[in-house]
Design a protein around this ligand. Structure first.
Ligand code: UD1
Length: 430
């Protein structure tokens, strides 16, 4: 199993290209199931989760063609991939494929809407909470689906072969449930209203793509989506938006080490709350044409409190990275996690660097220490893993991060991007 070895202490200086967003690419790829024409996606990141979803889509009969440079090419720019689901050959998404990644469960929406049936294994994914699927199932039921759970599978049918528009009110904001109900509603008969819809930029990115495919959706970017179902959707060409979590992660890495980094392709409006928080720590954030410049020269970090919230609040996917940053701040920072109930698994690992963190329920109190020391640590989930890299970049001596397959799920060429800015970091194979 690969590991990452790094030696802390170097400031980051230079430019980091921001990849296409994993959390946008995945639902966009799944939207290809809605049409028999080709969906061309631009700026698709090279990630293990993208490859895994390709396998799942191929199992349903999607033909996938990667254009231009071959996969694995050294270039940092995103991939252009065509997805063509001329025929859905299988409406079952099996356990061995779905269990590896929660987002693969989302195929249930398009399969049900287009084929009138779907049999999808209950999902797996990061162990950051129970992450049930009740909102998805209630939403699809509201659209007329008949659903039963059989042998670990969700078996869903649309009576008469087609879903019907309805009003769906989510009790809590859910990104995935919004994606799924929006995709399903775009091919339903009649109008669907989604209330308390997720406003995350990736939801908007998917909605814009569906509109380009012929869907009728209004209210994009708000918490109330109105979707007038159409008989069929067609092909389109659509670009994956830049990854706001990758952007925030490198911004925090630069804030942690000091130095000056230009995040090429990053868009500030995608993570304004996180950037405002970073500014309060004493980091300088300068939006520029084509990216964001992050710098911290000389001054210390001020302790700052955060509470994770749905968009446009501070994202839960940056909570672990921010906690790593606060381990070195002057003073005490209070970090509250409100989205997932088990998202402090990085705390035990951060303690190995000599951090001072106390957890009480959903709140962590981080008291800054003058120095972190390199350690052997273990990656637990996707975003937690990268918080250990951030800590290691500022720690004295050597850090080894074990089990980095989590990192490969969501961060493209992490060690290359960081070493181009002066970090001493390498991957050790095996
Ligand atoms: C997505 C993101 C993930 C991010 C999360 C919150 C992708 C691939 N993943 O995950 O990186 O951390 O949004 O921004 O885009 N819930 C229920 N019942 C449901 C569905 C959700 O109770 O049926 C709860 C969850 O347990 C969680 C909360 O709702 O507490 C939000 O989860 P949700 O927005 O659905 O997360 P994902 O879409 O899985």
């Amino acid at each position: 199993m690969d590991r990452i070895r790094l030696v802390g202490g170097n400031p980051l200086n230079g430019e980091i290209p921001i990849s296409g967003a994993k959390n946008a690419a995945l639902p966009l790829m799944i939207a290809s199931l809605l049409t028999d024409e080709s969906l061309v996606l631009l700026n698709v990141p090279r990630l293990a989760d993208v490859k895994q979803l390709e396998r799942i889509l191929e199992n349903h009969g999607v033909d996938i063609a990667v254009h231009g440079r071959r996969r694995g090419d050294a270039a940092m720019d995103g991939q252009r991939i065509t997805f063509t689901a001329a025929d859905i050959v299988d409406t079952t998404a099996p356990y061995d494929l779905v269990s590896k990644m929660r987002a693969s469960f989302w195929v249930i929406g398009p399969l049900l809407a287009r084929e009138g049936e779907a049999r999808v294994s209950l999902p797996g994914g990061c162990a950051i909470g129970t992450r049930p699927v009740d909102f998805y199932l209630d939403g699809l039921r509201a659209l007329g689906a008949e659903i039963e759970i059989d042998g670990g599978y969700v078996v869903a049918r649309a009576p008469g072969g087609r879903l019907r528009g309805a009003t769906v009110h989510f009790p809590k904001v859910s990104v995935g449930a919004t994606h799924v109900v929006m995709m399903a509603a775009s091919l339903a008969e009649g109008t669907t209203i989604i209330e308390n819809a997720a406003r995350e930029p990736e939801v908007g990115n998917l909605a814009d793509c569906l509109v380009a495919m012929g869907a009728k959706i209004t209210g994009i970017g708000t918490d109330r989506l109105e979707i007038e179902g159409v008989d069929r959707l067609g092909g389109a060409t659509h670009e994956v938006l830049p990854d706001r979590i990758e952007t925030g992660t490198y911004a925090m890495a630069a804030a942690m080490t000091g130095g000056e980094v230009f995040l090429r392709g990053a868009r500030p409006e995608l993570l304004q709350a996180a950037l405002d928080t970073l500014a309060r720590t004493g980091t300088t954030i300068t939006p520029e044409t084509g990216g964001i410049r992050i710098s911290r020269n000389g001054n210390g970090l001020s302790a700052t409190d955060i509470s994770t919230e749905p968009f446009p609040g501070f994202p839960t996917d940056l909570q672990a990275q921010f906690m790593a940053l606060m381990t070195r701040a002057d003073g005490v920072s209070t970090i509250s996690e409100t989205i997932f109930e088990n998202r402090f698994m990085h705390v035990a690992e951060l303690l190995r660097f000599g951090a001072n963190i106390q957890v009480e329920g959903q709140t962590a109190k981080v008291t800054g220490v003058p120095e972190l020391r390199g350690a052997q640590v273990m990656a637990t989930d996707l975003r937690a893993s990268v918080s250990l890299v951030i800590a290691g970049l500022a720690a004295r001596g050597e850090t080894v991060v074990n089990r980095i397959y989590h990192l490969d799920r969501g961060f493209e060429r992490l060690e290359e991007k960081l070493s181009l800015c002066g970090a001493e970091i390498e991957r050790i194979a095996g």
